[in-house]
Design a protein around this ligand. Structure first.
Ligand SMILES: Cc1cc2nc3c(=O)[nH]c(=O)nc-3n(C[C@H](O)[C@H](O)[C@H](O)COP(=O)(O)OP(=O)(O)OC[C@H]3O[C@@H](n4cnc5c(N)ncnc54)[C@H](O)[C@@H]3O)c2cc1C
Length: 474
């Protein structure tokens, strides 16, 4: 019997456990124990039902393009729980000199593919529009070093594009700044486009032409989620695991090799395993691995994380009627607000709020979150309300417009920052990990921060430790 310890009960660890459970059902001689430091499984996947609204405390959805989270739902027999974003009403605004400006049609991240709509948009100055035209003549370039997303985007389109689009879009995903994120790790497709085509605009147009030459299918929704909220994905996974394999309130202090076995120490108890999957944020992973490998621990500890705060606000039908249509807005740092983004959830996922409710999800991250971390929930709600009033205008919200409910959720160091040189760091981590037998790493510190990538990392980790165990047995 191969015994596997899984450390961390977020979606990465749960996906690993589900993969091992499936192996067990298929006849593999494997058993697992999952350790979770808190009383609750699911990690940052947390949903509350408030006043008829589905309020997401952590992630609210995932990109449809990455299939692994939806695959997990389908493997759980819950494909009918998957819902798509309401893309017919998709519109995103960027706060520009105090006013909300709609993102022009045809922008693929920051690459314009529809010349007319971008050319007419008030989002960009004439200087940036000229840069967009010049960008079409950017020669192919093999860059031999990593660089920040900000530098990469500025080379192609100038600083205004970084400020108005690249930085706010990435802040919403990583909670970090484009100036600190690695282009190779965060936007590998764009780095590759530069290598092959030079111009990102031309590469995008070529890709579009190729796509349009095949049979025409309606595009899938951009975002997918679960009808009853993201926490439901974790709950359904837990329901399929062996209850006696789940140890909650069991923070692991350390793991180490002793006489060919992994010894996992949690509280006053230690247990022996053939393999371990560490499915923790990198800093927590560094802590539990400090005895097993000081070098690996040091590399893991060097992955930066950013903190974030989400604020769920419910309003009545009057506010709903007066809000602009669309999915919400992003706020460039240059606008001087604490708020980085707000989603109009009732438009993005209409199932999540009754028709007479407006549901807003607001987001602070990085320094903006740290600066208000110690504030009371009431004070944080006060700041959000004031900034929403400034952005949306008094005809939508004024100081007398009380929310029907307000919730503040704080996530300390939960979003990994893939800094410049991240891929080289991953290579070092991989080399050091391979020196230790039957150890796998999963989670958001490595090759994707989103829920689908975390699910994939958990599944791959499970597959890897099983293969290692088979090799050792032979
Ligand atoms: C506010 C927010 C919004 C997000 N929005 C989106 C989104 O819309 N779409 C998207 O795709 N992604 C989003 N993400 C990213 C994504 O949700 C996370 O990257 C992913 O869920 C991380 O899962 P995980 O299991 O790797 O880590 P976690 O969820 O952090 O789970 C790790 C678990 O390990 C436990 N643990 C820690 N130390 C120990 C220890 N020593 N022993 C035992 N257990 C321990 C923790 O208690 C925790 O339960 C968001 C993240 C945040 C924070």
């Amino acid at each position: 019997m191969t015994r596997v310890a899984i450390i961390g009960g977020g979606i990465s660890g749960l996906a690993a456990a589900f993969a091992l459970e499936a192996q067990r059902h298929a006849g593999a001689k494997v058993e697992y124990v999952l350790y979770e430091s808190t009383a609750r499984l699911g990690g940052v996947l947390r949903t509350e039902n408030i006043d008829g609204c589905v309020v997401e405390a952590g992630p609210d959805s995932f990109v449809t393009e990455k299939p692994w989270a939806a695959d997990l739902a389908r493997d759980l027999g819950a494909g009918n729980q998957l819902i798509g974003s309401n893309d017919a009403d998709r519109k995103t605004y960027i706060l520009t000199r105090g006013s909300l400006v709609e993102m022009p049609d045809g922008l693929m991240f920051m690459v314009p593919t529809k010349i007319l709509s971008t050319g007419l948009s008030p989002l960009f100055s004439w200087k940036t529009k000229l840069r967009m035209t010049q960008e079409l003549f950017h020669p192919p370039r093999a860059v031999d070093h990593d660089e920040s997303v900000a530098d990469f985007v500025a080379r192609h389109y100038g600083g205004e594009m970084v400020d108005r689009l690249a930085d706010p879009l990435l802040s919403g995903v990583y909670g970090g700044e484009a100036a600190n994120l690695s282009v190779r790790a965060v936007l590998p497709r764009f780095a590759e486009m530069e290598r092959t085509h030079g111009s990102l605009g031309r590469a995008m147009l070529a890709a579009r032409k190729k796509m349009n030459s095949g049979p025409r299918k309606p595009p899938p929704p951009l975002f997918t989620s679960l009808r009853d909220g993201m926490q439901h994905l974790a709950e359904m996974t837990v329901a399929r695991l062996t209850p006696s394999s789940l140890r909650t309130n069991a923070p692991v202090e350390a793991i180490q090799m002793e006489a060919g076995s992994w010894v996992v120490s949690a509280g006053m108890q230690s247990d022996q395993f053939d393999a371990v999957i560490v499915a923790l944020p990198a800093r927590a992973a560094a802590q539990v691995l400090r005895i097993a490998s000081r070098e690996l621990s040091a590399e893991l500890a060097s992955v930066d994380y950013s903190s974030s705060i989400t604020i769920g606000l419910g309003y009545d039908s009057e506010v709903r009627r007066s809000l602009p249509p669309g999915f919400g807005f992003l706020v460039p740092r240059s606008e001087g607000k604490r708020l980085l983004a707000a989603t109009f959830v009732h438009n993005k996922f209409p199932h999540r709020a009754p028709e007479d409710r407006a549901l807003l999800r607001c987001f602070f991250a990085g320094a903006n979150a740290e600066n208000v971390w110690a504030f009371s929930d009431d004070d944080i709600v006060g700041i959000v309300r004031a900034e929403l009033q400034q952005v949306l205008g008094a005809q939508v919200l004024n100081s007398c417009t009380e929310p029907l409910f307000a919730r503040v959720y704080k996530w300390k160091s939960a979003m990994a920052q893939y800094g410049v040189g991240h891929l080289e760091r991953l290579e070092r981590i991989e080399r050091l990990r391979r020196k230790l037998p039957a150890l796998a790493l999963a989670g958001n510190a490595y090759r994707g921060i989103g829920v689908p990538d975390c699910v994939r990392s958990g599944r791959e980790a499970a597959k890897e430790v099983i293969q290692d165990a088979v090799k050792t047995a032979n």
